[in-house]
Design a protein around this ligand. Structure first.
Ligand code: ADP
Ligand code: MG
Length: 254
């Protein structure tokens, strides 16, 4: 980490003129974006507008073709040539996906302790302590010895959150974390995310939960066809959208 070189005004995430193509499809077009420490940014936009691609680029899950991405002082260069930076970024950035992606053959507890032991090199006792604390925090303590398939979707997603937090990330990325959940389970996952936001975690969240976005977002970014078309406070973007694309999108989802 490069904490010593950074002060509180240094963004945690910087994208400069980032362009990405899938073949001839230009999915990120000159994206400029800075995210401050502790900021909660919600990304909205129609299906296919490039939201997932944007956040996947931030932790090096997708290559890009031009521009630069810097995450907590670690630079990712085009075409995935991140080298050591890429490895560092992956340990510093936690991600929660729409599909929970838990390891099916491991208990809930083992899902949470695996990476801290294997990647961070913690001893088992320390990793257990962290897992116990995080599972309690997301309200899963009594399920710790079960396997993922024995849990509800909402419980699995809370385990996925605990697993990501066990790496003590500097930044958390969420890609539609509640889209695969039955309606009655959405609230429990959003509650856990809201708590994390209140604790000061830096978060980039793709979601269609507009009420949640309005409540927790410091900034809402509207993406259309690979471009950031409009951004601002939730009030600015949701109540007074300036761009016709934003207006059309909101009229469909609100
Ligand atoms: P969103 O998350 O906003 O729905 P995505 O970032 O997933 O959008 O996708 C943006 C565009 O890129 C879409 O047109 C999608 O079909 C395309 N796309 C996404 N992933 C790939 C891929 N691996 N190969 C080719 N095209 C892709
Ligand atoms: Mg997506």
């Amino acid at each position: 980490m490069n904490d010593s070189q950074q002060d509180s005004t240094t963004p945690i995430v910087t994208l400069e003129k980032v362009n990405k193509y899938f073949g001839s499809l230009h999915v990120m077009q000159d994206i400029d974006l800075e995210i401050a420490a502790g900021e909660v940014v919600v990304i909205v936009g129609a299906s296919g507008s490039g939201k997932s691609t944007l956040i996947r680029c931030v932790n090096g899950l997708e290559e890009f073709q031009s521009g630069r991405i810097v995450v907590d002082g670690n630079e990712l260069t085009p075409y995935g040539k991140g080298g050591k930076s890429l490895q560092t970024i992956r340990t510093e950035v936690g991600m929660v996906f729409q599909q929970f992606n838990l390891f099916p053959h491991l208990s809930v507890h083992a899902n949470v302790t695996l990476a801290p032991v294997k990647v961070r090199g913690l001893n088992n006792t320390k990793a257990r302590e962290i897992a116990d604390r995080l599972l309690e925090r997301v309200g899963i303590t009594d399920q710790a010895d079960k396997y993922p398939s024995q849990l509800s979707g909402g419980q699995q997603q809370r385990v996925a959150l605990a697993r990501a937090l066990a790496m003590e990330p500097r930044l958390m990325l969420f890609d539609e974390p509640t889209s695969a959940l039955d309606p009655e389970m959405i609230g429990e996952v959003l509650d856990a995310m809201r708590e994390l936001a209140n604790e000061g975690m830096t978060m980039m969240i793709v979601t269609h939960e507009m009420g949640f976005a309005r409540e927790v977002a410091d900034r809402v970014i509207f993406v259309h066809d690979g471009r950031i078309v409009e951004q601002g406070s939730p009030q600015e973007v949701f109540d007074r959208p300036q761009h016709e694309r934003t207006q059309a999108f909101l009229s469909r989802v609100l």
